[in-house]
Unconditional design. Structure first.
Length: 455
């Protein structure tokens, strides 16, 4: 449920086939929106499966190129609508032949803007002007990464990357004294930039993580109060997605305003914040190591795809006490799935099997999706955010064959969970191990989603 923005590099295998998405709804506009969201999710799946994480790499520049997100920009998508008796079916296609040139052109344009700003910096007469220039360059580099991620998947011809890196810009920004010394001032600066209406605001996440920190929560709350926002993702015109990196004495924070029609960047803003503004808040989430482990090595089939979602999206998720959360699962073809949950709170850690029905034995944990329900979101029900609060992660595992082997569980009457283990890393290794059996016929796919709950 967050802006799954963990960045990663890089062993790449180009994609020759087109990427498609499908949506079903009562109106054409809604089915078009769902089809585009499905296309974005499929691009995310391709990016994640085509790139191998090298989180141990020591250079920041190599960690920040590839954006693994379902909010990547879509250029020149082609739509087809079929009007049925009770619904509209929309199919959207992103062709590597027709769209690739657009991504190449877009990258060249961004590169040109960066070079112009870099030349302007040499003539800047004071630190305020330099600060403003480097903030603009950082925003453009972030935008470049997003378009390049899709361009790579489409086998587009890539121009030479900008000569300056985000890591270098971050150092420049950290060395220039910013006047932003409070969260209130930071949100005020952003509010002047993003004056559009019906904005769905996500909390900013630390680069290479997928869960919110204490700082993320505080910042989102103050920023929302200054903008024209909407509480419902479905009714939003724009998404405001944030990411920050940390230097020794400062934070570099970037927010991008994305148009929900195509995920294109309408505008972006980068600011440098003094450490005094956030020194009293935790800026790193508590589960970074498990977060990276959960989001690496995800099983993926070229034919079978499974996706997780919520009524607030699938990324950058932060829920407050008492909020209701709806969860959804979708398979692109007939198959079976089960869900493993991971809870990390101050009280402890545990993994559990999510009960999906009222059956007996293993049948209560396994759900079947028939051919008629393929490519449609299946509602798993509504959940209320209650204590204890912390990090919740969900791992869905799907197969085209009947699932007969599940992790062993023990029912806990105090919590109402079918607990697998208090060693969540051991559980993850077990579920991933089940997927390594090689078979020509068996297809297995996986998706994960994490969110933070707060009081």
């Amino acid at each position: 449920m967050k802006y799954l923005l963990f960045s990663t590099l890089i062993y790449y295998i180009g994609l020759n086939a087109d990427i498609t998405g499908i949506g079903f709804a009562q109106t054409q506009s809604e089915s078009k929106k769902l089809a585009l969201a499905d296309l974005s999710g499929n691009i995310k799946s391709e990016v994640r499966s085509q790139f191998e994480s090298t989180m141990t790499d020591t250079t920041e520049s190599s960690k920040s190129n590839i954006k693994v997100s379902s909010n990547l920009p879509i250029l020149r998508a082609e739509f087809k609508h079929i009007n049925r008796a009770l619904e509209v079916e929309t199919t959207v296609n992103l062709s590597n032949k027709s769209a690739a040139k657009l991504y190449t052109k877009k990258l060249k344009n961004i590169n040109s803007e960066i070079n112009t700003l870099f030349n302007d910096e040499k003539e800047a007469k004071n630190s305020t002007d330099k600060l403003n220039i480097y903030e603009q360059i950082f925003s453009l580099l972030n935008e470049y990464d997003r378009y390049e991620s899709v361009a790579l998947i489409l086998n587009a011809q890539l121009p030479k990357r900008p000569s300056i890196t985000k890591a270098q810009v971050q150092i420049k920004l950290a060395n220039i004294n910013s006047n932003i010394d409070s969260i209130a001032m930071a949100t005020k600066v952003l509010a002047k930039e993003f004056k559009e209406s019906s904005i769905f605001v996500y909390p900013p996440l630390l680069q290479n993580t997928t869960t919110a920190s204490e700082f993320s929560s505080v910042f989102q709350k103050q920023l929302k109060a200054k903008l024209n926002t909407t509480k419902k993702l479905k009714s939003s015109n724009y998404l405001l997605v944030g990411e920050y990196t940390l230097a020794k004495n400062a934070m570099v924070l970037n927010y991008e305003l994305l148009d929900t029609k195509n995920n294109e960047v309408k505008k972006s803003k980068t600011i440098s914040i003094k450490k005094s503004a956030y020194k009293n808040y935790k800026v790193k989430p508590n589960n970074i190591s498990f977060d990276q482990l959960l989001n690496s090595g995800i099983a993926s089939s070229s034919n079978l795809k499974v996706s997780l979602n919520s009524n607030r999206g699938s990324e950058n998720l932060l829920f407050e006490a008492g909020e209701d959360v709806e969860l959804f699962v979708k398979l692109n073809k007939m198959g079976y799935f089960y869900i493993v949950g991971y809870t990390q709170t101050k009280e402890g850690k545990m993994s559990y099997l999510l009960e999906l029905s009222e059956g007996m034995g293993n049948s209560k944990f396994v759900k079947f999706v028939n051919a008629d329900d393929a490519n449609r979101w299946m509602n798993l029900g509504e959940f209320t955010v209650e204590p204890p609060y912390g990090i919740e992660s969900i791992q869905v595992i799907a197969s085209n064959q009947k699932i007969t082997s599940l992790p062993n569980t023990k029912y806990d009457e105090d919590t109402g969970y079918y607990i697998i283990s208090n060693d969540i890393k051991k559980t993850l290794a077990t579920t991933r191990g089940l997927k390594k059996k090689k078979s020509k016929k068996k297809e297995i796919s996986e998706d994960v989603m994490s969110f933070t709950t707060i009081r």
